[in-house]
Design a protein around this ligand. Sequence first.
Ligand SMILES: Cc1cc2nc3c(=O)[nH]c(=O)nc-3n(C[C@H](O)[C@H](O)[C@H](O)COP(=O)(O)OP(=O)(O)OC[C@H]3O[C@@H](n4cnc5c(N)ncnc54)[C@H](O)[C@@H]3O)c2cc1C
Length: 402
Amino acid sequence: MNSETVFAEKTCTVAIVGGGTAGLAVASQLKRLSIEKVVVIERENEVGGVPRNCDHYPFGLREYSRFLKGSAYAKRNKKLAKELGVELLTNTTVTKIRPNATLELLSKTERILLKADRVVLTTGVRESSRSQRLIGGDRPNGVITTGALQTMVYMSRFKPFQRPIIIGSELVSFSAIQTCAHLGIKPVAMIEEQDQVRVRKLFRPYLFIKNIPLYLSVSNIRINGDTSVESIKFKNSRGLEHEIETDGVIISGRFRPETQLLLDSHIEIDAGTSGPAIDQHGRCTDTSFYATGNILGHAESSGFCWHEGIETAKRIHEDLLGKGFSGNQMSHLRCDDPAVKFLIPQHLSSPYGSMSMARFYIGLNSPINREIVIKTNLDVIWKGKIKSRPLRRLQIPIPNLP
Ligand SMILES: Cc1cc2nc3c(=O)[nH]c(=O)nc-3n(C[C@H](O)[C@H](O)[C@H](O)COP(=O)(O)OP(=O)(O)OC[C@H]3O[C@@H](n4cnc5c(N)ncnc54)[C@H](O)[C@@H]3O)c2cc1C
Protein backbone atom coordinates (compact mmCIF):
# COMPACT_ATOMS: atom_id res chain seq x y z
CA MET A 1 0.00 0.00 0.00
CA ASN A 2 1.17 3.51 -0.85
CA SER A 3 1.57 5.36 2.48
CA GLU A 4 -0.24 8.42 1.04
CA THR A 5 -3.32 6.48 -0.10
CA VAL A 6 -6.41 7.56 1.78
CA PHE A 7 -9.16 4.96 2.12
CA ALA A 8 -12.78 5.40 3.10
CA GLU A 9 -13.25 2.54 5.57
CA LYS A 10 -16.39 0.40 5.32
CA THR A 11 -17.55 -2.87 6.84
CA CYS A 12 -19.95 -5.64 5.87
CA THR A 13 -20.75 -9.23 6.82
CA VAL A 14 -19.94 -10.86 3.47
CA ALA A 15 -18.21 -9.19 0.52
CA ILE A 16 -18.47 -10.89 -2.88
CA VAL A 17 -15.87 -10.10 -5.53
CA GLY A 18 -17.59 -10.28 -8.93
CA GLY A 19 -21.28 -9.82 -9.74
CA GLY A 20 -21.67 -12.65 -12.27
CA THR A 21 -23.85 -15.72 -11.97
CA ALA A 22 -22.04 -17.26 -9.01
CA GLY A 23 -21.62 -13.99 -7.12
CA LEU A 24 -25.32 -13.11 -7.39
CA ALA A 25 -26.33 -16.65 -6.39
CA VAL A 26 -24.16 -16.54 -3.25
CA ALA A 27 -25.41 -13.06 -2.36
CA SER A 28 -29.12 -13.85 -2.84
CA GLN A 29 -28.88 -17.09 -0.86
CA LEU A 30 -27.04 -15.36 2.00
CA LYS A 31 -29.83 -12.78 2.21
CA ARG A 32 -32.44 -15.56 2.21
CA LEU A 33 -30.53 -16.98 5.17
CA SER A 34 -30.82 -13.57 6.91
CA ILE A 35 -27.16 -12.59 6.72
CA GLU A 36 -27.14 -8.90 7.51
CA LYS A 37 -24.94 -6.91 5.16
CA VAL A 38 -24.05 -8.60 1.87
CA VAL A 39 -22.13 -6.53 -0.68
CA VAL A 40 -21.37 -7.52 -4.30
CA ILE A 41 -18.47 -5.64 -5.93
CA GLU A 42 -18.55 -5.52 -9.74
CA ARG A 43 -16.08 -3.68 -11.96
CA GLU A 44 -18.53 -3.33 -14.89
CA ASN A 45 -21.37 -0.80 -14.88
CA GLU A 46 -23.89 -3.65 -14.51
CA VAL A 47 -23.91 -6.91 -12.58
CA GLY A 48 -24.78 -10.17 -14.39
CA GLY A 49 -21.37 -11.37 -15.61
CA VAL A 50 -20.84 -13.28 -18.86
CA PRO A 51 -24.57 -14.04 -19.50
CA ARG A 52 -25.21 -10.28 -19.97
CA ASN A 53 -23.45 -10.60 -23.32
CA CYS A 54 -25.17 -13.86 -24.33
CA ASP A 55 -28.30 -13.04 -26.31
CA HIS A 56 -28.95 -16.72 -26.88
CA TYR A 57 -30.73 -19.57 -25.09
CA PRO A 58 -30.70 -21.68 -22.97
CA PHE A 59 -30.18 -20.14 -19.53
CA GLY A 60 -32.25 -20.36 -16.34
CA LEU A 61 -34.02 -23.70 -16.63
CA ARG A 62 -32.89 -24.98 -13.24
CA GLU A 63 -33.13 -21.60 -11.52
CA TYR A 64 -36.39 -20.19 -12.91
CA SER A 65 -37.94 -23.31 -14.55
CA ARG A 66 -37.93 -21.66 -17.98
CA PHE A 67 -35.61 -21.08 -20.90
CA LEU A 68 -34.22 -17.55 -20.95
CA LYS A 69 -31.71 -15.73 -23.09
CA GLY A 70 -28.47 -14.98 -21.21
CA SER A 71 -29.23 -11.24 -21.10
CA ALA A 72 -32.72 -11.81 -19.61
CA TYR A 73 -31.26 -14.32 -17.15
CA ALA A 74 -28.64 -11.81 -15.96
CA LYS A 75 -31.40 -9.22 -15.41
CA ARG A 76 -33.46 -11.68 -13.37
CA ASN A 77 -30.46 -12.55 -11.22
CA LYS A 78 -29.88 -8.86 -10.56
CA LYS A 79 -33.56 -8.21 -9.78
CA LEU A 80 -33.64 -11.10 -7.32
CA ALA A 81 -30.50 -9.90 -5.53
CA LYS A 82 -31.85 -6.33 -5.25
CA GLU A 83 -35.25 -7.49 -3.97
CA LEU A 84 -33.54 -9.57 -1.30
CA GLY A 85 -31.53 -6.56 -0.13
CA VAL A 86 -28.06 -7.25 -1.56
CA GLU A 87 -25.95 -4.09 -1.92
CA LEU A 88 -24.57 -3.87 -5.46
CA LEU A 89 -21.41 -1.79 -5.87
CA THR A 90 -20.91 -1.44 -9.64
CA ASN A 91 -18.14 0.45 -11.46
CA THR A 92 -15.95 -0.67 -8.58
CA THR A 93 -12.87 -2.84 -9.00
CA VAL A 94 -11.30 -4.89 -6.26
CA THR A 95 -7.64 -3.98 -6.64
CA LYS A 96 -6.06 -5.89 -3.76
CA ILE A 97 -6.73 -8.69 -1.34
CA ARG A 98 -5.47 -8.38 2.20
CA PRO A 99 -5.46 -11.07 4.90
CA ASN A 100 -8.54 -11.54 7.12
CA ALA A 101 -11.34 -10.81 4.67
CA THR A 102 -10.14 -7.31 3.79
CA LEU A 103 -10.31 -5.78 0.30
CA GLU A 104 -9.05 -2.62 -1.36
CA LEU A 105 -11.58 -1.19 -3.81
CA LEU A 106 -11.36 1.51 -6.45
CA SER A 107 -14.61 3.18 -7.49
CA LYS A 108 -15.02 6.16 -9.85
CA THR A 109 -14.77 8.57 -6.95
CA GLU A 110 -12.93 6.97 -4.06
CA ARG A 111 -10.67 4.28 -2.67
CA ILE A 112 -12.37 2.05 -0.14
CA LEU A 113 -10.99 -0.36 2.43
CA LEU A 114 -13.73 -2.93 2.95
CA LYS A 115 -13.48 -5.13 6.03
CA ALA A 116 -15.80 -8.14 5.95
CA ASP A 117 -16.34 -11.18 8.13
CA ARG A 118 -16.01 -13.36 5.02
CA VAL A 119 -15.08 -12.70 1.37
CA VAL A 120 -16.21 -14.81 -1.59
CA LEU A 121 -14.14 -14.77 -4.79
CA THR A 122 -16.34 -15.22 -7.89
CA THR A 123 -14.37 -13.53 -10.66
CA GLY A 124 -15.07 -16.22 -13.29
CA VAL A 125 -12.94 -17.26 -16.27
CA ARG A 126 -11.75 -15.81 -19.54
CA GLU A 127 -10.71 -17.46 -22.78
CA SER A 128 -7.06 -17.94 -23.70
CA SER A 129 -5.82 -15.34 -26.16
CA ARG A 130 -4.12 -16.02 -29.49
CA SER A 131 -0.72 -15.46 -27.84
CA GLN A 132 -1.50 -17.84 -24.98
CA ARG A 133 -2.48 -20.51 -27.53
CA LEU A 134 0.76 -19.95 -29.46
CA ILE A 135 -0.97 -19.49 -32.82
CA GLY A 136 1.59 -18.37 -35.38
CA GLY A 137 1.57 -16.44 -38.66
CA ASP A 138 0.67 -12.84 -39.53
CA ARG A 139 -1.06 -10.44 -37.13
CA PRO A 140 -4.01 -9.02 -39.15
CA ASN A 141 -7.25 -7.59 -37.70
CA GLY A 142 -10.26 -9.87 -37.30
CA VAL A 143 -8.83 -12.39 -34.81
CA ILE A 144 -11.05 -12.34 -31.70
CA THR A 145 -12.22 -14.52 -28.82
CA THR A 146 -15.82 -15.72 -28.48
CA GLY A 147 -16.28 -13.28 -25.59
CA ALA A 148 -15.27 -10.34 -27.81
CA LEU A 149 -17.52 -11.67 -30.60
CA GLN A 150 -20.49 -11.80 -28.20
CA THR A 151 -19.90 -8.20 -27.10
CA MET A 152 -19.64 -6.99 -30.73
CA VAL A 153 -22.66 -8.90 -31.99
CA TYR A 154 -25.06 -8.61 -29.05
CA MET A 155 -24.11 -5.27 -27.51
CA SER A 156 -23.03 -3.26 -30.62
CA ARG A 157 -24.61 -5.27 -33.47
CA PHE A 158 -21.23 -5.06 -35.20
CA LYS A 159 -20.29 -7.70 -37.78
CA PRO A 160 -16.51 -8.21 -37.56
CA PHE A 161 -16.37 -10.74 -40.44
CA GLN A 162 -18.57 -12.81 -42.79
CA ARG A 163 -16.91 -16.26 -43.00
CA PRO A 164 -14.70 -16.95 -39.96
CA ILE A 165 -12.94 -20.10 -38.83
CA ILE A 166 -13.49 -21.28 -35.28
CA ILE A 167 -10.42 -22.58 -33.45
CA GLY A 168 -11.54 -24.91 -30.65
CA SER A 169 -14.43 -27.33 -30.15
CA GLU A 170 -15.70 -26.65 -26.62
CA LEU A 171 -19.25 -25.74 -25.64
CA VAL A 172 -18.37 -22.08 -26.08
CA SER A 173 -17.13 -22.82 -29.63
CA PHE A 174 -20.58 -24.19 -30.45
CA SER A 175 -22.20 -21.17 -28.82
CA ALA A 176 -20.04 -19.01 -31.14
CA ILE A 177 -21.94 -20.55 -34.07
CA GLN A 178 -25.22 -19.37 -32.50
CA THR A 179 -23.77 -15.90 -31.92
CA CYS A 180 -22.62 -15.69 -35.56
CA ALA A 181 -26.09 -16.69 -36.78
CA HIS A 182 -27.56 -13.55 -35.15
CA LEU A 183 -25.96 -11.32 -37.79
CA GLY A 184 -25.90 -13.83 -40.64
CA ILE A 185 -22.21 -14.72 -40.17
CA LYS A 186 -21.43 -18.20 -41.53
CA PRO A 187 -18.38 -20.03 -40.07
CA VAL A 188 -16.50 -21.96 -42.78
CA ALA A 189 -14.81 -24.53 -40.52
CA MET A 190 -14.07 -25.60 -36.96
CA ILE A 191 -10.53 -26.82 -36.23
CA GLU A 192 -9.33 -28.62 -33.12
CA GLU A 193 -5.88 -29.78 -32.01
CA GLN A 194 -7.24 -32.85 -30.18
CA ASP A 195 -8.40 -36.00 -31.97
CA GLN A 196 -11.99 -35.50 -30.71
CA VAL A 197 -14.31 -32.57 -30.07
CA ARG A 198 -14.10 -31.24 -26.50
CA VAL A 199 -17.83 -31.67 -25.90
CA ARG A 200 -19.99 -34.73 -25.67
CA LYS A 201 -20.29 -36.48 -29.03
CA LEU A 202 -23.99 -35.68 -29.30
CA PHE A 203 -23.00 -32.12 -30.30
CA ARG A 204 -21.27 -33.25 -33.50
CA PRO A 205 -24.44 -33.54 -35.62
CA TYR A 206 -24.98 -29.82 -34.98
CA LEU A 207 -21.94 -29.11 -37.18
CA PHE A 208 -23.38 -31.38 -39.87
CA ILE A 209 -26.75 -29.57 -39.72
CA LYS A 210 -25.00 -26.20 -39.97
CA ASN A 211 -22.76 -27.50 -42.78
CA ILE A 212 -19.55 -26.59 -40.93
CA PRO A 213 -16.63 -28.96 -41.69
CA LEU A 214 -14.68 -30.18 -38.66
CA TYR A 215 -10.90 -30.77 -38.77
CA LEU A 216 -9.47 -32.74 -35.83
CA SER A 217 -5.83 -33.44 -34.83
CA VAL A 218 -4.61 -30.26 -36.50
CA SER A 219 -1.23 -28.73 -35.67
CA ASN A 220 1.04 -25.81 -36.68
CA ILE A 221 -1.88 -23.36 -37.00
CA ARG A 222 -0.86 -20.12 -38.75
CA ILE A 223 -2.96 -17.09 -39.66
CA ASN A 224 -2.31 -15.55 -43.06
CA GLY A 225 -3.17 -11.97 -44.07
CA ASP A 226 -1.76 -8.48 -44.20
CA THR A 227 -4.33 -6.04 -42.74
CA SER A 228 -7.25 -8.48 -42.64
CA VAL A 229 -7.36 -12.28 -42.40
CA GLU A 230 -7.07 -14.03 -45.79
CA SER A 231 -6.64 -17.69 -44.86
CA ILE A 232 -5.59 -20.08 -42.16
CA LYS A 233 -2.99 -22.80 -42.63
CA PHE A 234 -2.43 -25.92 -40.57
CA LYS A 235 -1.18 -29.49 -40.73
CA ASN A 236 -4.14 -31.84 -40.94
CA SER A 237 -4.54 -35.23 -39.21
CA ARG A 238 -2.44 -36.90 -41.96
CA GLY A 239 0.39 -34.40 -41.48
CA LEU A 240 -0.38 -32.65 -44.79
CA GLU A 241 -0.38 -28.86 -45.20
CA HIS A 242 -3.94 -27.50 -45.49
CA GLU A 243 -5.20 -23.98 -46.23
CA ILE A 244 -8.73 -22.59 -45.86
CA GLU A 245 -9.79 -19.16 -47.12
CA THR A 246 -11.47 -17.09 -44.46
CA ASP A 247 -11.91 -13.46 -43.38
CA GLY A 248 -11.75 -13.89 -39.62
CA VAL A 249 -10.73 -16.18 -36.76
CA ILE A 250 -12.64 -16.95 -33.56
CA ILE A 251 -10.29 -18.19 -30.84
CA SER A 252 -12.63 -20.07 -28.53
CA GLY A 253 -12.36 -21.68 -25.13
CA ARG A 254 -9.31 -22.95 -23.18
CA PHE A 255 -10.69 -21.06 -20.22
CA ARG A 256 -8.39 -19.65 -17.56
CA PRO A 257 -9.59 -18.52 -14.16
CA GLU A 258 -9.59 -14.75 -13.68
CA THR A 259 -7.01 -14.73 -10.89
CA GLN A 260 -5.17 -11.46 -11.44
CA LEU A 261 -6.09 -10.46 -7.89
CA LEU A 262 -4.58 -13.58 -6.40
CA LEU A 263 -1.21 -13.32 -8.12
CA ASP A 264 0.36 -11.06 -5.53
CA SER A 265 -1.84 -12.14 -2.64
CA HIS A 266 -1.24 -14.54 0.24
CA ILE A 267 -3.82 -17.03 -1.14
CA GLU A 268 -2.56 -20.29 -2.67
CA ILE A 269 -3.14 -20.84 -6.41
CA ASP A 270 -3.38 -24.44 -7.59
CA ALA A 271 -1.03 -25.34 -10.45
CA GLY A 272 -3.55 -27.76 -11.99
CA THR A 273 -6.57 -25.43 -12.25
CA SER A 274 -4.71 -22.07 -12.10
CA GLY A 275 -7.53 -21.06 -9.71
CA PRO A 276 -7.49 -20.72 -5.93
CA ALA A 277 -6.93 -23.95 -4.01
CA ILE A 278 -9.94 -24.70 -1.79
CA ASP A 279 -10.95 -27.20 0.86
CA GLN A 280 -14.17 -29.22 0.85
CA HIS A 281 -16.08 -26.27 2.29
CA GLY A 282 -14.95 -23.98 -0.53
CA ARG A 283 -12.50 -22.07 1.69
CA CYS A 284 -9.19 -20.76 0.38
CA THR A 285 -5.94 -21.16 2.28
CA ASP A 286 -6.89 -17.98 4.18
CA THR A 287 -10.12 -19.41 5.59
CA SER A 288 -11.84 -16.02 5.75
CA PHE A 289 -11.95 -16.25 1.94
CA TYR A 290 -14.18 -18.59 -0.09
CA ALA A 291 -14.16 -19.18 -3.85
CA THR A 292 -16.92 -20.51 -6.07
CA GLY A 293 -18.14 -20.47 -9.68
CA ASN A 294 -15.82 -20.61 -12.63
CA ILE A 295 -12.84 -19.04 -10.86
CA LEU A 296 -12.24 -22.58 -9.54
CA GLY A 297 -11.05 -23.50 -13.04
CA HIS A 298 -13.56 -26.08 -14.24
CA ALA A 299 -15.40 -23.73 -16.70
CA GLU A 300 -19.02 -24.68 -16.15
CA SER A 301 -22.38 -23.48 -17.42
CA SER A 302 -24.30 -20.75 -15.64
CA GLY A 303 -26.81 -23.22 -14.18
CA PHE A 304 -23.98 -25.18 -12.58
CA CYS A 305 -22.30 -22.04 -11.19
CA TRP A 306 -25.60 -20.78 -9.77
CA HIS A 307 -26.19 -23.99 -7.84
CA GLU A 308 -22.59 -24.17 -6.67
CA GLY A 309 -23.02 -20.59 -5.42
CA ILE A 310 -26.15 -21.53 -3.46
CA GLU A 311 -24.33 -24.44 -1.78
CA THR A 312 -21.34 -22.23 -0.96
CA ALA A 313 -23.67 -19.64 0.63
CA LYS A 314 -25.18 -22.32 2.88
CA ARG A 315 -21.68 -23.27 4.08
CA ILE A 316 -20.76 -19.65 4.75
CA HIS A 317 -23.96 -19.29 6.78
CA GLU A 318 -23.00 -22.31 8.91
CA ASP A 319 -19.50 -20.93 9.27
CA LEU A 320 -20.75 -17.51 10.43
CA LEU A 321 -23.02 -19.20 12.97
CA GLY A 322 -19.95 -21.02 14.29
CA LYS A 323 -21.43 -24.42 13.39
CA GLY A 324 -19.76 -27.33 11.70
CA PHE A 325 -16.25 -26.62 10.62
CA SER A 326 -14.13 -24.63 12.99
CA GLY A 327 -10.94 -26.54 12.11
CA ASN A 328 -8.45 -24.73 9.91
CA GLN A 329 -5.93 -27.57 9.59
CA MET A 330 -5.77 -28.44 5.89
CA SER A 331 -4.26 -31.61 4.38
CA HIS A 332 -3.19 -31.47 0.76
CA LEU A 333 -5.06 -33.88 -1.53
CA ARG A 334 -3.26 -35.44 -4.44
CA CYS A 335 -3.55 -37.95 -7.24
CA ASP A 336 -0.23 -39.02 -8.74
CA ASP A 337 -1.62 -40.38 -12.02
CA PRO A 338 -0.08 -38.40 -14.95
CA ALA A 339 -3.44 -38.29 -16.76
CA VAL A 340 -4.98 -36.27 -13.92
CA LYS A 341 -4.53 -32.54 -14.52
CA PHE A 342 -6.46 -31.20 -11.56
CA LEU A 343 -8.47 -32.15 -8.53
CA ILE A 344 -11.04 -29.92 -6.78
CA PRO A 345 -11.03 -29.53 -3.78
CA GLN A 346 -7.26 -29.46 -3.40
CA HIS A 347 -7.33 -29.69 0.42
CA LEU A 348 -9.28 -31.51 3.09
CA SER A 349 -9.87 -29.81 6.45
CA SER A 350 -10.90 -31.61 9.55
CA PRO A 351 -13.47 -31.91 10.96
CA TYR A 352 -14.95 -32.76 7.58
CA GLY A 353 -18.48 -31.55 8.36
CA SER A 354 -21.89 -32.45 6.99
CA MET A 355 -22.03 -29.40 4.71
CA SER A 356 -18.95 -30.38 2.67
CA MET A 357 -18.83 -30.55 -1.12
CA ALA A 358 -20.46 -33.77 -2.26
CA ARG A 359 -18.07 -34.42 -5.15
CA PHE A 360 -14.50 -34.26 -6.31
CA TYR A 361 -14.05 -32.63 -9.71
CA ILE A 362 -11.30 -34.17 -11.78
CA GLY A 363 -9.76 -32.73 -14.94
CA LEU A 364 -7.79 -34.94 -17.33
CA ASN A 365 -4.75 -34.28 -19.53
CA SER A 366 -5.23 -37.40 -21.61
CA PRO A 367 -7.56 -40.41 -21.94
CA ILE A 368 -7.57 -42.79 -18.99
CA ASN A 369 -8.80 -46.35 -18.35
CA ARG A 370 -7.34 -47.51 -15.04
CA GLU A 371 -7.56 -47.22 -11.29
CA ILE A 372 -6.59 -43.93 -9.64
CA VAL A 373 -6.00 -43.11 -5.98
CA ILE A 374 -6.86 -39.81 -4.28
CA LYS A 375 -5.01 -39.41 -1.01
CA THR A 376 -3.64 -37.12 1.64
CA ASN A 377 -0.19 -37.75 3.15
CA LEU A 378 -1.85 -39.99 5.73
CA ASP A 379 -5.01 -41.49 4.21
CA VAL A 380 -6.37 -42.93 1.00
CA ILE A 381 -9.57 -40.93 0.45
CA TRP A 382 -10.86 -42.53 -2.75
CA LYS A 383 -9.74 -45.37 -4.99
CA GLY A 384 -11.47 -46.52 -8.17
CA LYS A 385 -11.33 -47.10 -11.90
CA ILE A 386 -11.90 -44.23 -14.30
CA LYS A 387 -12.55 -44.63 -18.00
CA SER A 388 -12.87 -41.32 -19.84
CA ARG A 389 -11.41 -39.01 -22.43
CA PRO A 390 -10.49 -35.45 -21.39
CA LEU A 391 -13.81 -33.61 -21.05
CA ARG A 392 -14.33 -30.45 -19.01
CA ARG A 393 -14.28 -32.42 -15.75
CA LEU A 394 -15.42 -35.66 -14.15
CA GLN A 395 -17.35 -35.90 -10.92
CA ILE A 396 -16.68 -38.48 -8.22
CA PRO A 397 -18.75 -38.64 -5.02
CA ILE A 398 -16.64 -37.79 -1.95
CA PRO A 399 -17.03 -40.70 0.46
CA ASN A 400 -18.24 -40.21 4.02
CA LEU A 401 -15.22 -38.96 5.89
CA PRO A 402 -14.53 -39.31 9.62
C1 LIG B 1 -16.90 -16.11 -23.69
C2 LIG B 1 -17.75 -16.94 -22.78
C3 LIG B 1 -18.97 -17.44 -23.23
C4 LIG B 1 -19.76 -18.23 -22.39
N1 LIG B 1 -20.95 -18.70 -22.87
C5 LIG B 1 -21.76 -19.40 -22.05
C6 LIG B 1 -23.06 -19.85 -22.49
O1 LIG B 1 -23.46 -19.61 -23.60
N2 LIG B 1 -23.83 -20.55 -21.59
C7 LIG B 1 -23.41 -20.82 -20.31
O2 LIG B 1 -24.15 -21.42 -19.52
N3 LIG B 1 -22.18 -20.42 -19.90
C8 LIG B 1 -21.36 -19.73 -20.71
N4 LIG B 1 -20.12 -19.32 -20.28
C9 LIG B 1 -19.66 -19.75 -18.95
C10 LIG B 1 -19.87 -18.63 -17.93
O3 LIG B 1 -18.62 -18.37 -17.40
C11 LIG B 1 -20.88 -19.04 -16.89
O4 LIG B 1 -22.13 -19.09 -17.57
C12 LIG B 1 -21.08 -18.07 -15.72
O5 LIG B 1 -21.16 -16.75 -16.19
C13 LIG B 1 -19.98 -18.19 -14.68
O6 LIG B 1 -20.34 -17.37 -13.59
P1 LIG B 1 -19.22 -16.72 -12.67
O7 LIG B 1 -19.96 -15.90 -11.69
O8 LIG B 1 -18.29 -17.76 -12.20
O9 LIG B 1 -18.37 -15.76 -13.64
P2 LIG B 1 -18.79 -14.51 -14.53
O10 LIG B 1 -20.19 -14.58 -15.00
O11 LIG B 1 -17.71 -14.38 -15.55
O12 LIG B 1 -18.69 -13.27 -13.54
C14 LIG B 1 -17.47 -12.79 -13.02
C15 LIG B 1 -17.65 -11.32 -12.72
O13 LIG B 1 -16.54 -10.86 -11.92
C16 LIG B 1 -16.24 -9.55 -12.33
N5 LIG B 1 -14.86 -9.25 -11.87
C17 LIG B 1 -13.73 -9.91 -12.22
N6 LIG B 1 -12.66 -9.39 -11.58
C18 LIG B 1 -13.14 -8.37 -10.81
C19 LIG B 1 -12.53 -7.45 -9.91
N7 LIG B 1 -11.20 -7.48 -9.67
N8 LIG B 1 -13.30 -6.53 -9.30
C20 LIG B 1 -14.65 -6.49 -9.51
N9 LIG B 1 -15.29 -7.34 -10.36
C21 LIG B 1 -14.54 -8.27 -10.98
C22 LIG B 1 -16.41 -9.59 -13.84
O14 LIG B 1 -16.58 -8.31 -14.38
C23 LIG B 1 -17.66 -10.46 -13.97
O15 LIG B 1 -18.85 -9.70 -14.02
C24 LIG B 1 -19.32 -18.53 -21.10
C25 LIG B 1 -18.09 -18.03 -20.63
C26 LIG B 1 -17.32 -17.22 -21.46
C27 LIG B 1 -16.01 -16.65 -20.92
